[in-house]
Design a protein. Structure first.
Length: 232
């Protein structure tokens, strides 16, 4: 039964991964992603994995949000840090010009750049985080992303993503109609879930990429997170 509900990871193609996608479609679909993050636990999962690291941060700290999208995770991260007396300066990085331009006010700073070549020095940012980004990459490129995040981070690296399941794929398909999602959001949502990771797969990917052993957690609503302390 478990094998039926969690098939092998698929490579699939998401419409929004195409650099030539219509900016209007990109903007509309990413608004749907933000709504899905709120309804289906994307924000809660990322912040739950981040929270233990907040106590280890100085009173003024920095966070790089890789693949920041609409910046909703960065906003939630600053709020969570503020509740612990930490002033968190967020840097949002995304390859999409429409997203960087439209949502730049949600981060303290924004950078348009490739996640596989982060334009930052080694150990230059306290926390490096990515939410629902890792599944966009195949094994070799996913390993590069993890190594880049590990290289830049000083205190903690946090990864939050989708946990692969046919139940989750069917759920996002049906919910997309109820929530009025754009057809591209519906398509990409299902593909994203089927490109997602099981906890063991995510941990193994990191160990192969960096040699680190992460903390990996299953989260509600078919989410999976991991975090680790980068080597100094």
């Amino acid at each position: 039964m478990a094998r039926i509900l969690t098939p092998p990871r698929r490579r699939g193609t998401e419409v929004l991964d195409d650099p030539a996608v219509d900016p209007a479609v990109m903007t509309r679909s990413m608004a749907d992603v933000e709504r899905a993050n709120w309804f289906f636990g994307g924000i809660r999962s990322a912040i739950a994995e981040l929270e233990p690291a907040l106590d280890a941060l100085p009173r003024s700290a920095s966070l790089l949000d890789v693949g920041t999208g609409t910046g909703d995770i960065a906003v939630a991260a600053r709020d969570a840090a503020r509740q612990r007396g930490v002033t968190l300066t967020t840097i949002g990085l995304d390859v999409s010009a429409p997203l960087v331009d439209r949502h730049r006010s949600r981060n303290n700073y924004v950078v348009r750049a490739d996640a596989l070549r982060l334009p930052f020095r080694d150990r230059s940012i306290d926390v490096v985080l990515c939410s629902q980004v890792l599944h966009h990459f195949d094994g070799a490129r996913a390993a590069i992303l993890l190594r880049e995040m590990d290289r830049v981070a000083r205190v903690r690296v946090v990864v939050s993503d989708l946990r692969r399941s046919r139940v989750a794929a069917a759920g996002i398909w049906m919910a997309s109609f109820l929530l009025g999602f754009h057809p591209v959001s519906r398509h990409d949502g299902v593909v994203s879930v089927m490109r997602g990771f099981l906890p063991g797969e995510m941990a193994e990917l990191l160990q192969v990429a960096t040699g680190e052993r992460p903390r990996v957690s299953r989260r509600p609503l078919f989410r999976v997170t991991m975090s680790w302390v980068p080597r100094t």
